[in-house]
Ligand binder design. Structure first.
Ligand SMILES: Nc1ncnc2c1ncn2[C@@H]1O[C@H](COP(=O)(O)OP(=O)(O)O)[C@@H](O)[C@H]1O
Ligand SMILES: [Mg+2]
Length: 238
């Protein structure tokens, strides 16, 4: 028997503005618990839009987006924000760290918004502070770096802080939007191995988006957005 997906799109249609062309038309796409999925497609094909739907940042004009069993459209905006904080860890393309906060406080941020993440850490006998330090060590961030403002870290260090922030308190799904594109090939690979290793240790599923299909081999499943998105076929040729 298949476990229910951690996130799923069902008959979703999405356009950015009324009257604009359909951006996404996806009949079915889901990520199973613990599954590592690589979603690729050229720039501008709608990958970040799909992630915004899963995050509940935008809503489809029809169809359902279900995260951990909850239809996002059925939640109030506040409940949706809470649901996102509880169950999803995001790593954005530009990392979106808070520049003046220390690396440690950036990593701890989701714990502020998610009682469930705090409870998971407590259930494991730890504290958020200790868990932030443990994750930082696993991600090769030296302890001395944790007190530095995020703005003073290198791109590679910021990326690992963003990964620790996504993973803290073990959300069911980690979502990564082209987090390696600023790195050279060797460091991309190193970061991916760390991210996938730590996600597996946390029992988190991963939805990793990239325009670079060469990264696909590290994942359980690779999906081209064009395979699941009917909107592009329907769009008139320019
Ligand atoms: N905030 C927005 N408002 C209007 N259109 C947008 C917005 N974000 C993205 N788009 C459009 O949606 C399409 C898909 O973009 P995006 O999801 O960012 O692609 P990708 O992440 O694959 O590069 C593009 O045509 C883009 O211009
Ligand atoms: Mg994008």
């Amino acid at each position: 028997m298949n476990a229910p997906p951690v996130a799923a799109l069902e008959s979703v249609r999405f356009r950015w503005r009324r009257g604009a062309a359909l951006c996404l038309a996806i009949d079915a796409f889901g990520v199973a618990p613990g599954e590592r999925v690589f979603l690729h497609g050229p720039s501008g094909s709608g990958k970040s839009t799909l992630l915004a739907l899963v995050g509940g940042v935008v809503a489809p004009e029809s169809g359902r987006v279900v995260v951990q069993g909850a239809d996002l459209a059925a939640l109030s905006p506040a409940a949706r924000d809470r649901h996102r904080a509880e169950h999803l860890g995001f790593i954005f393309q530009m990392f979106n760290l808070i520049p003046y906060l220390s690396a440690r406080d950036n990593i701890l941020l989701p714990c502020r918004f998610s009682p469930r993440r705090r409870a998971r850490i407590a259930a494991g006998g730890g504290t958020p502070q200790a868990e932030a330090a443990r994750l930082a060590e696993r991600l090769d961030l030296a302890p001395a770096l944790l007190d530095r403002p995020a703005a003073e870290l290198s791109v590679g260090q910021q990326q690992r802080v963003a990964a620790a922030r996504a993973l803290i308190g073990r959300p069911e799904l980690v979502i990564a939007d082209e987090p390696t594109s600023a790195l050279d090939a060797d460091r991309q690979r190193g970061f991916l191995d760390l991210l996938l290793g730590e996600s597996a240790a946390a029992g988190a599923a991963v939805l990793f988006v990239s325009h670079d299909p060469r990264l696909a081999g590290a994942f359980d499943r690779a999906v081209a957005l064009a395979e699941i998105n009917a909107a592009r076929e329907a769009a008139p040729a320019a």
